[in-house]
Design a protein. Structure first.
Length: 106
């Protein structure tokens, strides 16, 4: 649903099925933003977020966490944390505030 909504408003969206695939995708291509679910299979979103923060080529990419996991997430070095359920309008607004319209999103 999020992918379709972001594509509809002009973003080039790539999708990863798990945390390892996301990191591999980010090693091959630069993106303007990352939308990250903390509950990913394999490497979870916390590990992916830590890896993105640790790597020179990815640490400047804004990360927008979308999660249904309870608890505070202040320890994450991310641009924004959105709690599920998240409307497509709110996600689009948040992505636009992080990057210019039409950017690449994973």
């Amino acid at each position: 649903m999020f992918r379709q909504a972001l594509t509809f408003v002009g973003f080039d969206v790539h999708q990863a099925g798990d945390g390892l695939e996301a990191l591999e995708l980010l090693d091959r291509e630069l993106f303007d933003a990352v939308i990250l679910d903390l509950g990913l299979p394999g490497l979870d979103g916390h590990v992916v977020s830590q890896e993105l923060s640790a790597q020179a080529h990815t640490r400047q990419i804004p990360v927008i966490v979308v999660t249904g996991q309870p608890g505070p997430h202040e320890e994450l070095e991310v641009a924004c944390v959105l709690r599920k359920p998240v409307s497509t309008e709110r996600l689009i607004h948040t992505v636009r505030s992080c990057i210019a319209s039409g950017g690449n999103v994973v």
